[in-house]
Design a protein. Structure first.
Lengths: 356, 263
């Protein structure tokens, strides 16, 4: 799942990367950031750093231009700051609250924030890895007179940060496990005691998810007491019996359908302003599935809003605008051409102003 | 039901790959496959419970009355809180209807299927919402085309990929208008119906201008034995296929998309 998302993101960021590289392109031998930093425009420097962060998050930084020592120091400091920010967020994350959520609704919201934070942690790990590859270059930096570049970052205990990240991952994984167990117990309670069908449909969804996942996770988890693992299995069986196979299937149809609907409504492809997928989608299931999805739950706005959510009011308002045709290998040919000689479709777009 | 989509009819040259690439094909059809199964299996109480769940989640809100912005001119769309509130629809019925509309529109744009909006399997349950979205969509497309000063220029020029885009747009607009008229027929007043007739005739007249232009180019190529680029040839061929779909259906007596007759 994560892999397919990354494949989609990589394709999207193909164009962003080009922009990012232009933003940090060296100017006639001047170090990449220096031209920006020498100006008093801090926002330019900050954009250049952000562009590098994006490259690193997408695993594309090694292919980008090699950095000058001074740039490496600046980037290193920004990476350290970002990692520390993520660690601070993690330590205060609501997942670590002493009490578990009281309703399935609250569980749903909490698990979503955990999913988002998990992605941030993945990025922090990539920042750390890249920081370590930057160190040798950064250490070559020799400040000149009146140079105010902050070099304290060179004294950082990167091994200590690595341990902190690993510890947070561990605590996070354990908390995720415990919250899933708590949610399973609540779902079982709802299935046993509640007549509210909306609540029961949601409980069946959680049961469907955790009922399969938890026993697998616990089987590999040596820190989880064996008697509790047995208890979880019993709870799953009990809740399934109370729900009934048909009801679980209906819940699965409903929520799977809604999940696909959300992808159709808010998902963006990597081509044609987000309305099309990459041409590779024709041959690859992974690319076909990959979409850019909003990080936070989207709240739709009126279509007349300045930045409407979703980004198009209806897809069918825009789809006709793709000017597609098949291109023939030879520049010139006659009307005797057969379909076999055609190569894949290309796309251009009629101006949007023709619609609105 | 959605599974009827497994039998996709004749599709214009090169289009299947594009249909697959459109964001919404896999997504909305998969949504419908699951939601249709739920609608069929669920009891009335379970449907109500699902509807309550969807209504309580803002991400499932569907905005309607999108054609209004054209009726009142650019920049003067209804912005009063009451009007905006009325245009926000919540509930499972609207979610299902929107999925059908978008899936049907993809078929209408990139295939020569005669009944794209029926192919996506509407049910009585969400029909009120589907009918409203179809009419709103048809009016949006009609008014947008009527306000597009570029149509006349494109209809006159040597057929190219932009011509193809406009032919697709006209096909979609006519398909949607036809489906909107048929599904809303019982509720439409004679006045409303005659307005739809006028719109349909205008769309057909515009389409005929494209037909004439494409035919003229085709005749000129065959009479004068001109050599054209492969690109021109394939574009022309796709234009002809996009235009021919309806004619073939009409000739076979299987077309649903046809000029709206007086009520």
């Amino acid at each position: 799942m994560r892999h397919t998302a990354i494949v989609g993101l990589l394709a999207l960021f193909g164009c962003l990367v080009l922009q990012a590289l232009r933003a940090v392109e060296p100017v006639a031998g001047v170090p990449i950031f220096e031209a920006e930093l020498k100006t008093t425009d801090k926002s330019s420097a900050s954009s250049a750093v952000e562009a590098w962060h994006k490259l690193i998050e997408q695993g594309l930084a090694p292919a980008a231009t090699a950095l000058q020592p001074q740039d490496a120091v600046v980037l290193l400091a920004s990476l350290k700051a970002q990692i520390n920010k993520t660690l601070a967020l993690g330590n205060e994350h609501p997942a670590f609250d002493k009490t578990a959520p009281a309703t399935l609704d609250d569980f749903e919201k909490l698990f979503w924030t955990m999913h988002v934070f998990s992605n941030q942690m993945t990025s922090a790990g990539r920042f750390l890895d890249y920081a370590q590859t930057l160190l040798p270059t950064a250490k070559k930096f020799k400040p000149k007179k009146n140079d105010n570049t902050d070099v304290t970052v060179l004294q950082t205990d990167w091994a200590g940060i690595k341990t902190e990240i690993a510890d947070l991952w561990q605590r996070f994984a354990e908390r995720d496990r415990d919250l899933r167990v708590a949610r399973l117990n609540l779902a079982d309670k709802v299935m046993t005691e509640s007549n509210d069908l909306t609540e029961r449909l949601m409980a069946a969804l959680q049961l469907d998810l955790d009922g399969d996942l938890l026993p697998q996770l616990l089987a590999k988890d040596k820190t989880f007491p064996e008697y509790q693992t047995r208890k979880v299995k019993e709870t799953v069986e009990h809740a399934r019996t109370m729900a009934g196979r048909d009801f679980i299937q209906k819940s699965r149809w409903l929520f799977t359908g809604l999940h696909w609907w959300i992808r159709g409504r808010y998902g963006m492809g990597t081509a044609a302003d987000g309305l099309l997928k990459d041409p590779a989608a024709i041959k690859s299931h992974q690319v076909m599935f990959g979409l850019i999805m909003p990080v936070r739950t989207p709240i739709p706005t009126a279509p007349t809003a300045d930045e409407p959510v979703p980004f198009v009011d209806r897809r069918h308002h825009y789809l006709w605008q793709f000017e597609t045709r098949q291109i023939v290998r030879d520049a010139k040919s006659t009307t005797t051409i057969t379909n076999k000689q055609f190569v894949p479709t290309s796309v251009s777009i009629t101006h949007l102003s023709h619609f609105y | 039901m959605t599974r009827t989509l497994e039998r996709w009819g004749a599709v214009s040259t090169g289009e299947p790959s594009l249909i697959s690439r459109v964001v919404g094909t896999l997504e909305y059809l998969s949504a419908l496959r699951n939601l249709d199964a739920f609608l069929q299996a669920a009891s009335r109480e379970e449907l109500a419970a699902a509807d309550k769940f969807v209504s309580s989640r803002p991400q499932f809100t569907v905005f309607t009355q999108l054609a209004d912005r054209f009726k009142q001119g650019p920049g003067t769309a209804q912005t009063s809180p009451a009007a905006q509130q009325a245009s926000q629809k919540r509930g499972l019925m609207w979610v299902v209807a929107l999925a059908r509309l978008e899936a049907g529109a993809i078929l209408a744009t990139f295939t020569t299927l005669s009944t794209p909006f029926e192919m996506v399997g509407p049910t009585k349950w969400e029909l009120p919402a589907y009918k409203e979205l179809l009419m709103d969509g048809a009016q949006t497309h009609y008014l947008a085309l009527a306000n597009d000063s570029n149509v006349a220029t494109v209809a006159l020029k040597l057929p190219d990929t932009e011509t193809l885009a406009y032919i697709r747009r006209l096909n979609l607009a006519r398909s949607m208008l036809s489906a909107a008229a048929r599904s809303n027929a019982a509720e439409l007043s004679p006045h409303d119906w005659s307005e739809l007739e006028v719109e349909d005739r205008q769309l057909l007249a515009t389409r005929d201008r494209f037909v004439l232009r494409v035919n003229k180019s085709l005749n000129s190529y065959s009479k004068e034995s001109k050599t054209i680029t492969g690109e021109q040839y394939t574009t022309m061929k796709t234009c002809i296929l996009a235009l021919r779909g309806e004619q073939v259906e009409l000739a076979a007596g299987t077309a649903w998309k046809q000029t709206i007759k007086p009520k």
